[in-house]
Design a protein around this ligand. Sequence first.
Ligand SMILES: Cc1cc2nc3c(=O)[nH]c(=O)nc-3n(C[C@H](O)[C@H](O)[C@H](O)COP(=O)(O)O)c2cc1C
Length: 182
Amino acid sequence: MNLVTLHGSPNTDGLTASLARAAIEGAREVGAAAESFQLTEHEVSHCGQCADGWFKCREEGWCVIDDAFASVRGAIVDADAWVLVTPVYFGDLSEVTKAFTDRLRRCNVGAKGEGLAEKPVIGVAAAGGSGRGTATCLLMLDRLFGHIDAEVADLITVTRRSAAYKREAVRTAARAMMEALA
Ligand SMILES: Cc1cc2nc3c(=O)[nH]c(=O)nc-3n(C[C@H](O)[C@H](O)[C@H](O)COP(=O)(O)O)c2cc1C
């Protein structure tokens, strides 16, 4: 079994990164392999709204922009399950998370494109500030997973005050998700 985690913070040792690590720990507890992507470390441009607004993403389920998007997407496609952790920025996904997921939903909307439909996923909205906007950010993850027909294993909110026990929740959720696949 193989888990991929994506996180969308520029910080390697912050709240968001710690939650991605917790998911990896949970997966490894049940013997799963785990691979992690810090999206800010990969070149992922925003969608170009090519042609009249749709292009190869609609017709063929792939993106013509030549950057790291395809390889990161490929890692999720090859995985048995995935975890997406975004910091809450302005009650929304962080910019790099948004750039990646905007293109992902175009390529995979309505179960077209390669292999993300029915794939189990956990979404985590990590609010390290006031905690305001956590629910709207989680809602965006829920909408994304709906557009790509993912199998939602869990949607988890985390704030500074809840971080200690929610980190455990993320670890347990990832562990359970991988256990269910074994
Ligand atoms: C541009 C920006 C907007 C943010 N907006 C929110 C917000 O709406 N709610 C919140 O609780 N925290 C907010 N934060 C704090 C982040 O959620 C995050 O916890 C913080 O940037 C530290 O991130 P990390 O430790 O997860 O890397 C914001 C941070 C940035 C940089």
